[in-house]
Design a protein around this ligand. Sequence first.
Ligand SMILES: [Zn+2]
Length: 256
Amino acid sequence: MGVASIGPLDYAEGWVRGAPNAPVREFPLRRPIEEALGAPVVLENDVNAAAWGEYLLARRRGPRSLVFVAVGTGIGAGVVVGGRILRGPRGLAGEAGHIVVDPWSGVRCGCGGLGHWEALASGSRLPQAAVRLASSWRGPETPASREASRGRLGYPELARALQGGDPFARHLLGWLARVHAAGLATLTAAYDPDVIVVGGGAALGVWEHLAEPLDRAYRELAPYGRAAPVKPATYGRLAGLYGALALALSAPETCG
Ligand SMILES: [Zn+2]
């Protein structure tokens, strides 16, 4: 069985080490499942598994390296380099939500750090960012700016406001595109991927509006202006499942 889990993970022990967005610390996962099923379990970080699923799909079209960015409740990335998932010795490779995108914002992350990507622009934190943007908004009050100042403008509400052409929603979208672009540019400097795939419910929900301003801002911030192609996730919410399944199938030494 392939299992895609929140992380970071201790791969050797099969434990979930902890996650800033879930009340989980040092939680044994692999052994209880193996005992319950009587079958070996291949455990992988959920975003890494999704990256692997998207990589297997994209591989037919040529990319050797791929970065998958999931913007959901938090923000994470899975990195595939040279046909392998990059885990890191502490299981922290691809913990992209903790990339510093704006230390001057003064916004504290769930991990304790300052100005981290997911503290500013994840699904769970966007309403707080919208409050800050609404307080400095110089344009006329709009339905979206009103909802924002009440702390009620998250990704789904933003998507609806953008459909109606709300000016404050467009302002927030521009800010959001620059924050995400800073994250993508940093990932590009670190891994130089052939392609970046963006998934996660929050980002995909606004993708038709976000894609173009994100691409423009990312091209401005990318090292040497060398931006990688940015694509929305093909498998959507199922990428992690497909990736975990593929990992289980491709681990004969583990699965017997
Ligand atoms: Zn953080």
